[in-house]
Ligand binder design. Structure first.
Ligand code: NAP
Length: 461
């Protein structure tokens, strides 16, 4: 809903009849690209520069004047200059008094300076109204028009009128302004473009860690053990068999980890009797990267499907089938069809197919272009109800795969159980706890808490 409305706002900018002149200090890459875009949106643009000579790179409808002359022509001045050169603004303080100064600057490192660049600018020119904006948009994207990934412009500032003027320009450019509050939010906004896939860090590190663990676990059980005890060389398992064990394990564990924080949050809320106290930071962070965890899980599930498809053409598999046929022929004994095994095998495959289908559906509905077209209830239905159904199907797929081998001593090597058994721990615990939470004696108070009811209001923060 939120996203939809902001998109609509972006498409329907506040269009005053006559647009006010915008001044840009600095004729560098960003200043020129932003100037070009602002002119296209119908605003007159004047550049303030150290050199008033115009060049072919500067948008042809723009004037280039000295800083002082340019500043006098506009109420709003965009400072497209690096922070380390800001001190040239001090002598201009009188001319800049009462003007709106837009700080677009970025740093090279996170928290490079004690205060944000925008706050530093406000200290240098105390009479001006400083607004932070545009730093998350690149000059290249502005110039090439490829703004798909960076349509959002974070805006913050202490003066509401000044912020509104900047928001109007942002909308006029076809971008989506996101008001982040007062100028104290500037440091966070400046750090934002310096972060590298912040939401992906935990899912990727976790996947790498677990994949490494399960690789060595399977290597020990499936390659080293037969080599030591049976003198068999199964090292070629590293190419397909072991990855095809790891991928479904990872898909199942990560899918369970998508839903585990929700259950933990429910338990915490039930225990505290309120929803108005903050969750621990680790849980907050975990909740924020659930979509990424789900997408990594889907990637593992897709790999499992691909690895499974090539099983019939593997040399080892063809050798095993033909040697079984030859041994039956030599012994003149045909093995009768075991219908129990046939049922188990078909059920296992059917559960896997259905589970993967729903997994893909979950992935598709998490795409912004799709999720923007469903309402909040529909999105929750797909991501929660369908998500749990996917988890149930995938867990059942693994349980049926195990079949009657769970308790068989031959499936333990060096006391190590099959790796798929380990993958069942988190999903099974999660599904049991979720099942318990559905009981009315817990579900009813939880629903009330989520609607705002508090057991001990005086204890909430
Ligand atoms: P740039 O190409 O190096 O241009 C900076 C401009 O600052 C120069 O062209 C110059 O303009 C002016 N300048 C340089 N030294 C100065 C001094 N001592 N005194 C006064 N003015 C001076 O840099 P840019 O890429 O355009 O970046 C400008 C600002 O935008 C930076 O703060 C940057 O963090 C921010 N930004 C850039 C991008 C991007 O994609 N490039 C994206 C977001 C934000 P004149 O020669 O006209 O005086």
């Amino acid at each position: 809903m939120n996203k939809n409305s902001s998109n609509i706002m972006a498409l329907a900018p506040n269009t005053p009849n006559k647009r006010e002149t915008v001044c840009i200090f600095g004729t560098g890459d960003f200043g020129r690209a932003l100037g070009h875009k602002i002119i296209q949106s119908g605003y007159p643009v004047v550049f303030g520069s150290r050199s008033t000579q115009t060049s072919s790179l500067i948008p042809k409808d723009a004037e280039v004047l000295s800083h002082a002359e340019a500043a006098q022509k506009a109420a709003i001045i965009i400072i497209a200059i690096q922070r380390q050169h800001y001190n040239f603004l001090t002598p201009l303080a009188e001319i800049l008094h009462g003007k709106v100064l837009v700080d677009v600057s970025n740093n090279l490192k996170i928290n490079q300076y004690p205060e944000s660049n925008a706050e530093y600018l406000a200290q240098l020119v105390p009479g001006a109204k400083v607004v932070k904006a545009f730093n998350t948009v690149s000059a290249w994207a502005l110039q090439s028009g490829t703004l798909d990934a960076s349509r959002q412009v974070f805006v913050c500032g202490d003066d509401m009128g000044a912020k509104q003027m900047v928001i109007d320009i942002v909308r006029a450019l076809g971008l989506t302004p996101l008001d982040q509050g007062s100028l104290s939010a500037a440091q966070e906004i400046e750090n934002y473009p310096l972060q590298l896939f912040p939401m992906w860090k935990f899912p990727i590190l976790l996947s790498l860690g677990l994949t490494t663990f399960f690789f060595f676990y399977c290597l020990t059980r499936d390659v080293i053990y037969p080599s030591v005890y049976e003198n068999k060389d199964f090292s070629f398992f590293i190419a397909i068999s072991i990855p095809n064990r790891i991928c479904p394990i990872m898909a199942l564990i990560l899918l369970a980890l998508v839903y585990l924080p929700g259950v933990l949050a429910a338990i915490i809320q039930l225990y505290r009797g309120t929803k108005y106290r903050r969750f621990p930071v680790w849980l907050d962070k975990w909740m924020l990267c659930r979509k990424q965890l789900g997408l990594v899980a889907l990637a593992f599930a897709s790999l499992h499907v691909l690895y499974t498809l090539v099983i019939p053409i593997r040399s080892f598999v063809r050798w095993r089938i033909s040697s079984q046929i030859v041994s039956q022929a030599l012994n003149n004994k045909t093995e009768p069809l075991n219908t129990t095994n046939a049922w188990l095998s078909d059920s296992y495959l059917a559960l896997g197919i259905l589970g993967f289908f729903l997994f893909v559906l979950l992935g598709i509905t998490s795409l912004p272009s799709v999720s923007n077209n469903v309402n909040w209830r529909e999105f929750r239905f797909v991501q929660s109800k369908l998500g749990y159904l996917t988890l149930i199907l995938c867990t059942a797929h693994t349980l049926v795969y195990g079949g009657n081998r769970f308790l068989s001593p031959s499936s333990y090597r060096w006391y190590l159980p099959n790796a798929y058994m380990l993958s069942l721990i988190v999903p099974c615990i999660l599904l049991v706890v979720k099942f318990v939470l559905v009981f009315p004696c817990l579900d009813k108070p939880l629903t009330r808490i989520r609607q705002g009811w508090e057991r001990n209001p005086q204890y909430s923060e």
